[in-house]
Design a protein. Sequence first.
Length: 153
Amino acid sequence: MSTISNVSAEKVRAILADASTPGPNRQVTISVRGQQVTVDCPPWCTHPHDETYRTLDDVSHHSDEISLTTPSYRGATEQALTARLSVWPFADDPETDHPFIAFDAVGDEYAQLTPAAFTAFADQVIAHGYALRALAAVITSGATPAPRSGVEL
Ligand SMILES: [Zn+2]
């Protein structure tokens, strides 16, 4: 699976358009305990399916990941807000047997979010982006930050 970082807005739009207007599933042949089995694979899946699965429950589909490259100490960068589409169609688990967004905010663990929950979070990210711009504007506009309240020297 490849990871996309520092992607252009155009590339993100293309990924989202592919995911939101899915074409027909394709068929892939996988190996389950040495048996060749043909299963449906969603059009957004980029997983190679080249592993040998123990059971059908282990079969999963994943899109490419998107992430935000963020600046870190002394010019280093970190990946944040990593997300991909995933599904375990035979898992018999209501949280994973339908496509969901696997979301890892800070390189720790993946949350499993519904499209509605992830859209609500994306709205928060957009609002945070405006707050970040406003923070920079405090310096670039020459405005002085509000004085601390309750501090007596
Ligand atoms: Zn697949």
